[in-house]
Write a protein that binds this ligand. Sequence first.
Ligand SMILES: N[C@@H](CCC[C@H](N)C(=O)O)C(=O)O
Length: 264
Amino acid sequence: MRIKFSKYHGLGNDFILTRYIEGIDIPTLVQACCSRHTGIGADGMIFVKEDPLEMVYYNQNGSRAPMCGNGIRCFAAYCFDEGINTDEVVPVQTLAGEKIVHLISTSPFEVCVDMEQPLYDNHLIDVDEHENVWKREVCGVDTYSLFMATTHTVVFVDDAFSEKNVELGRRICHDPLFKKQTNVNFIQVIDDTHITVMTYERGCGITLACGTGACASVVVANKLGFVQSECEVQLKLGSLKIEVKDHVYMTGPAKKICEGEFVC
Ligand SMILES: N[C@@H](CCC[C@H](N)C(=O)O)C(=O)O
C-alpha cells in the first residue's frame, strides 16, 4: 500500500497529514508512519475528513486524542495548500467539538483558533468524581488539572526546560489518578505577560511545543493571578499568543516541511 502524505509542524510539534482512509488498522499505520527510525517520523498523525471538515488526530503511539492545538493549525494549512478549504473562517469538527479557525496570513501561514472554554469536570479528564484535581499533590508536586480541548495538568517550576521535568512528566502522566493519562505542562512564569512552557505529552513524551498545553497553562496561570488574560507562551522554537476572554484563543504559525508517499 502507498499513502500520499504531507508533513507540517507548528513550532516543532510535527505531524503527518493525509486524507482519511477507510477500512485499515489506523493505530498500526500511525505507529509505523510516526516512527523516527523506520517511518517518516512525527509526534502525531492527522487524518482529514471532508463534508463536514473534520480533524481525526492520533498520537505517535497510535492512541486517539480529542484535539491538538498545533495540529489544528497544521490541519488548516494543509486544507489551504490542498485547496480543500481556503476560506477566512473555517469550522473544524474534532472529538472535542467544533473549533473555528480564523486565517490571519498565508505567507507565513498563521491562524487564530477559537479553543472554546476550559472545563473542570472530572469525568472529562477521566478522574474519579470525588477527587479534587484543582490543586492537589501528585508525585510530590502541586498540580492543577483541567480539560482544555484535551486533558491537561499544570505544574509551576523555576526552570521549564530542566532535565528533571522529563522523568517527572512521565510519572505524573502515568499516575493512576488519571485513568487515561494526562498531558503535563511545566510552567515558568517570566512576568505577567510571558511564560515559558515545556510539555510532556500523553502518547508521545516531551515535544517541542503543545498548543492545547499552552492554552491550559495560561488559563491556570491567569486564574491564579500570575499573568494577565493575554499572554505570550515561549516554547523551544518560538511563541504562541494566548488570550483568555469569553473563550480561549490561540494564535500561531504552521509550516509545511515536505510531502511524499509512505510505502507499507
Ligand atoms: N500536541 C498537541 C496535543 C496532542 C494530544 C495529546 N498528546 C493528548 O493525548 O491529549 C497540541 O498541540 O495540543
